[in-house]
Write a protein that binds this ligand. Structure first.
Ligand code: GUN
Length: 285
């Protein structure tokens, strides 16, 4: 029987620590502020944004909403980002992805001041990660590392396999595990004999976006299994891992829901507080 890694509990701890820092900053007259930009009315995005607002309220972060119509032009969005970059009261900027087709996500991400890049998507943030320098780390992979720490799972020396090579999860996840001294393999849709590669792993991170794809045939007995998948299916929200099949052979596993998802939002809160802390000396002159 595996240890079930409780993302709800670890996320609450992360928010608790962030709330403590918010109280310390308040003593210096600083209230962390996150600007959230939502373009269009995709229901999944709107629901993420609502949950982020709830987290901000709990932690004591001011949340500023910018809801723009689906027909917003690139120029209008650029102008809003420029205004948020220039506003000293705004510490973090999050532009909810995906954007409507006619808008260019790369130019939007690059426009955000790296000092306010609480998503960790900016090329400068990613460059700092590659170089091992301080900077904002993407919230989902950072949340996975925080969960491992909370359960005393040290990736050092482990064979880790990351399935998925996206810029927001797979690639930064691989770099964070490498920084933690794991031996890292990144797999993807063209990987030959994926099951056999995964079966070598002491730690598997599944970030594919295919419901229940990772079954027992992918997992070495005793491996740690982290499921980043959030797939909406007829049977509700399911991960990329077939939990019922894998749980009996893993040593530790994250559930869906209640695993990585809450951690992503908690790390956004932590990054926003860190952004406010970095800005604080400037604000106090
Ligand atoms: N869309 C889904 N997840 C995320 C996220 O973490 N950040 C942003 N900006 N958009 C998202």
């Amino acid at each position: 029987m595996a240890t079930i890694i409780d993302g709800v509990k670890v996320a609450a701890e992360v928010r608790g620590r962030a709330a403590e820092e918010v109280r310390e900053l308040a003593a210096h007259g600083v209230t962390p502020c996150l600007a959230v930009v939502l373009v269009g009315d995709d229901p999944a995005s709107a629901s993420y944004v609502r949950m982020k607002e709830r987290d901000c309220a709990e932690v004591g972060i001011e949340s500023r909403d910018h809801r723009l119509s689906a027909t917003t032009s690139q120029q209008e969005l650029d102008d809003l980002i420029d205004a948020l970059n220039a506003d000293p009261a705004v510490h973090g900027i999050l532009v909810q992805m995906p954007l409507p087709e006619h808008l260019d996500p790369e130019s939007v991400i690059e426009r955000i001041d790296p000092a306010k890049d609480v998503d960790g998507f900016h090329p400068e943030s990613l460059g700092h990660l590659v170089r091992g320098l301080p900077g904002f780390r993407a919230c989902t992979p950072a949340g996975v590392m925080e969960m491992l720490r909370a359960y005393d799972i040290d990736p050092s020396g482990m064979r880790a396999v990351v399935i998925g090579r996206s810029t927001i999860v797979g690639k930064p996840m691989a770099l964070l595990l490498l920084e933690a001294n794991a031996t890292v393999t990144v797999c993807h849709s063209r990987t030959k004999d994926l099951e056999a590669v995964c079966r070598e792993a002491d730690l598997v991170v599944a970030a594919i976006g295919r419901p229940k794809m990772v079954d027992a045939s992918y997992i070495k007995p005793g491996a740690v299994v982290i499921d980043v998948g959030i797939n909406r299916t007829d049977e509700g929200m399911v991960g990329d891992v077939d939990f019922a099949a894998v749980e009996p052979i893993a040593s530790a596993i994250t559930p869906v829901p209640g695993g990585v998802g809450p951690m992503t939002r908690a790390m956004l809160m932590a990054n926003t507080v860190a952004a406010a802390r970095s800005a604080a000396p400037r604000e106090q002159g």
